[in-house]
Design a protein around this ligand. Structure first.
Ligand code: HAM
Length: 454
């Protein structure tokens, strides 16, 4: 017989053991809580889609970035979803008319990308999406940006540590055409190349930019504007404060600048503006974006983007739906976790595991008694556990309770014959003997901070 083979998880994927899963749930819970408080309803779609859903907008080049497949004997091509936005746009195109506008939906689900795995980039990650559809006004942007900033704050980060970099594709386009001399036909590849600005060597970037017809003046202006992003508060002042003398005069009065200014005014009222920079260096790589775009980065720029999003006013229409303005964003679990770890904002992994309300110990190791008490507590809605070993050594069993981080120990001893058990508050050390019939109430009173009743 050959030796059993040990399998590793596929490259770029993760196993989540209990403590890792608990940290993941901690982040997901904050996502969910923010989405709920900000009025988004949860949705989901299939994990795989028709391949064409992705190629229709991005062309066949996108296929190399996807996990695509055809079932043995089948005729259709599918792809594991690399992102949620095409699924969302497909769903809204088909059934959006059943819902009052604006639609505000969120999802938390795994996404798959055929990347070369590296720090902050995996082949499977969990992504939180929040989108507002059916609202062309800056309110959509403000609602999404406020939810994003609120999330960062609840995760323990502040505006000195992470920045929301806001931009507008129409302003970047204006810069490319007016200062850069880029022809209309070359705009799409030029925007795509700008998205690579910080990802390729500066010399290689300039060389290819030259080939695309982007004049050096535009690149210099972009370096000036994107090199040191201005606080978005500058949008509340004259155009040259926000965009510099060269470009400010050109962009002044442009509808995109007016749109950004209104966003800034509302973000100020919502107390979110101080998280934001204006950074025309942000253009976003995805082909469907149409207007406002943004990315969230660690302030030092050390990690990849924590989150990104933007307007995609034509995507629902592309999938056969009515014209539907849309704005949204997604945050992945990988980079945010790196940032929180780097900044010491996560406690020990074990501290995220749920703490049992009660750890049931039977000093006579009589399984039926222990099972009866465990089920009594569980039926009462409490989180009850017991040691996996059969022992009568109280010290060892209390050690097991401490390892499980239980809040109380329920000790079944000689009093059990009288219908009583001992309850030990493991955080404060106090111990009481309680009638079994009053056990749930006694535990609740300990758990809610009071001492055990006498
Ligand atoms: P994205 O910028 O491609 O946008 O991804 C959003 C976030 O997901 C990234 O900032 C990053 O945190 C995370 N992410 C993406 N790919 C990976 C990966 N391979 N490994 C780890 N994390 C990753 C979108 O996906 C858009 N659909 C967002 C959107 C929603 N736009 C409008 N609505």
């Amino acid at each position: 017989m050959s030796a059993p083979k040990r399998f590793q998880p596929p490259t770029g994927t993760r196993d989540f053991f209990p403590a890792d899963m608990a940290v993941r749930r901690h982040v997901e819970q904050i996502w969910r809580q923010v989405a709920l408080r900000h009025g988004f309803d949860e949705i989901d779609g299939p994990t795989f889609e028709h391949l064409e859903l992705y190629t229709v907008k991005s062309g066949d080049e996108i296929v190399s970035e996807l996990f695509s497949f055809r079932r043995a004997g089948g005729e259709k091509d599918y792809a594991l979803r690399p992102e949620f936005t095409p699924t969302l746009a497909r769903m809204v195109a088909a059934h959006g008319s059943d819902y009052p506008k604006p639609i505000r939906w969120y999802s938390i689900a795994p996404m798959f990308r055929a990347e070369r795995p590296q720090r902050g980039r995996l082949r499977e990650h969990i992504q939180w999406n929040c989108d507002v559809l059916g609202d062309p006004s800056p309110r959509a942007e403000v609602d999404v940006l406020a939810a994003a900033a609120h999330t960062l704050a609840l995760l323990g980060l502040d505006p000195a540590e992470v920045r929301i970099r806001i931009s507008h594709r129409d302003l970047v386009t204006l810069l490319l055409t007016r200062l850069g001399g880029v022809a209309e036909a070359a705009l799409t590849p030029a925007l795509a190349w700008l998205d690579r600005r910080l990802k390729v060597e500066p010399a290689a970037f300039r060389a290819r930019a030259g080939e695309l017809g982007i004049a050096t003046e535009a690149l210099a202006c972009l370096d000036e504007l994107a090199g040191a992003p201005r606080p978005a508060r500058a949008l509340l002042g004259p155009a040259i404060d926000a965009l510099g003398t060269r470009f400010g005069a050109i962009a002044d009065g442009h509808p995109a600048l007016r749109h950004l200014r209104e966003i800034a005014t509302r973000l100020e009222a919502a107390g979110v503006l101080d998280w934001c920079d204006l950074d025309l260096g942000v253009v976003r790589g995805l082909a469907y974006y149409t207007g406002t775009v943004f990315e969230i980065h660690e302030a030092s720029g050390a990690e990849r983007a924590i989150a990104g999003g933007g307007r995609y006013d034509r995507l629902v229409e592309l999938f056969g739906g009515p014209p539907t303005p849309a704005f949204g964003f997604a945050m992945g679990d990988v980079v945010i976790r790196l940032v929180l770890e780097d900044r010491g904002r996560l406690g020990p992994r074990e501290s995220y595991l749920p703490r049992p309300d009660a750890f049931v110990i039977d000093l006579a190791a009589g399984a039926p008694r222990q099972d009866a008490v465990l089920m009594q507590l569980r039926r009462a809605g409490l989180h009850a556990r017991a040691s996996g070993r059969s022992s009568t050594n109280l010290g060892k069993l209390l050690g097991d309770a401490a390892k499980a981080r239980a809040r109380t120990a329920v000790i079944i001893g000689s009093e059990f014959e009288r219908g009583e058990v001992a309850v030990k508050d493991l955080d404060r050390g106090a111990q009481q003997v309680i009638p079994l019939a009053a056990l749930d109430g006694a535990l609740r009173s300990i758990l809610h901070g009071g001492a055990a009743p006498h």
